[in-house]
Ligand binder design. Structure first.
Ligand SMILES: [Zn+2]
Length: 75
């Protein structure tokens, strides 16, 4: 297994996941928030900026969740 650099805090770690074990719970929380948002407002007619403001998740992390989790948002 290779060293990976955490997408959230930048530390190095060894794991198959996309962030280190410290940041995994934060990722899970934000992904849950994002899914709630999509459930509530639908995945149309919303920009990443709007979602970011409403959920408090950074645009950078939103992009990552969408890419990593195949979350379908039409922008
Ligand atoms: Zn981390």
């Amino acid at each position: 297994m290779d060293f990976k650099k955490c997408n959230r805090c930048g530390c190095f770690y060894i794991s198959d996941s996309n962030v280190c074990s410290n940041c995994q719970p934060k990722d899970n929380l934000e992904i849950a928030k994002l899914n709630n948002y999509i459930e509530k407002y639908g995945n149309n007619n919303c920009s990443l900026d709007e979602i970011s403001v409403s959920t408090g998740i950074s645009v950078k992390n939103l992009n990552r969740y969408i890419n990593e989790n195949g979350i379908n948002i039409s922008l």
